[in-house]
Ligand binder design. Structure first.
Ligand SMILES: NC(=O)c1ccc[n+]([C@@H]2O[C@H](COP(=O)([O-])OP(=O)(O)OC[C@H]3O[C@@H](n4cnc5c(N)ncnc54)[C@H](OP(=O)(O)O)[C@@H]3O)[C@@H](O)[C@H]2O)c1
Length: 235
């Protein structure tokens, strides 16, 4: 159902983990959500007009062409994007000594370069449309050095820098970025890591309700950076 304040929200990722929770909440609140997955069985390029929310399109943030096609699909089928949420992310949690170059490059490519390309394409559209918000899902490792988080932290620190600069360059156009440095949230990202308990982590629904509030705020308000921890702090 479309509400008077309904927004067009493009969310990278969104069929798993925190993104899936976001999709569910934002859709149920009447927003038009376009999310992405790399593993759809259909063609690489979305061609079918899908109006119902959520619309999931095939996109890989490491593939520039696939991002361009996704934006074109949104231009052709929806009103201009009001909100971009860069949520797609991966982590290889190892010491620097054990991290391979390809793992390092993958983290930078997904967590930072992918967000850069999506932000750049969204920024141009928001500028034309009178403004918007870009929400970047960072990590508390972008403010705290945590062992076995080298490549992940570097990518998320880069993302944090990108967030600040997007606001500096966008504020005169009513474009604001929010960087959310998240502590541990129970999701697939923890599946293969031993010794961590769901009970010690943030509930994804609680995190999503906070992001929802940011989206609801008028563009007279900047929300530059949030740090969110579970009650134990760093795990
Ligand atoms: N969970 C935590 O404790 C935590 C803490 C701090 C920050 N974060 C951040 O929160 C975000 C979501 O994480 P999560 O915990 O929900 O992880 P998750 O359950 O592993 O989900 C990762 C998401 O990223 C997408 N993705 C990965 N590589 C991609 C690529 N190359 N192109 C497009 N999409 C890609 C996945 O899409 P596919 O379905 O296509 O694979 C999936 O939707 C990430 O940015 C993560 O760094 C998480």
């Amino acid at each position: 159902m479309k509400t008077p304040n309904s927004k067009v929200i493009f969310l990278t990722g969104g069929t798993r983990g925190i993104g899936a929770n976001l999709t569910k909440t934002l859709t149920s609140e009447g927003h038009t959500v376009i999310n992405t997955s790399r593993s759809l069985p259909n063609t690489q390029n979305p061609t079918k007009k899908q109006k119902k929310s959520p619309t999931t399109i095939k996109m890989d943030v490491t593939d520039h062409q696939s991002i361009k096609h996704a934006f074109q699909f949104i231009d052709d089928n929806f009103k201009p994007i009001d909100v971009l949420i860069n949520c797609a992310g991966i982590g290889h949690f190892k010491t620097i000594e054990k991290t391979t170059l390809s793992e390092w490059n993958e983290m930078i490519s997904v967590n930072l370069t992918g967000a850069f390309i999506c932000s750049k394409l969204a920024f141009a559209r928001m500028k034309k449309n009178g403004g918007g918000r870009i929400i970047n899902i960072g990590s508390i490792s972008d403010t705290q050095p945590i062992k076995e988080n080298g490549g992940y932290a570097a990518s998320k620190m880069g993302l944090r820098a990108l967030s600040g600069i997007l606001t500096e360059e966008g504020k005169s156009e009513n474009i604001f970025s929010t960087h959310i440095s998240l502590g541990a949230v129970w999701s697939d990202i923890w599946k293969e890591r031993e010794g961590f308990q769901k009970e010690d982590m943030l509930d994804p629904d609680e995190v999503v309700s906070l992001i929802y509030q940011i989206i609801q705020k008028p563009l007279t308000m900047r929300i530059d950076h949030l740090e969110i921890f579970p009650k134990k702090g760093l795990l």
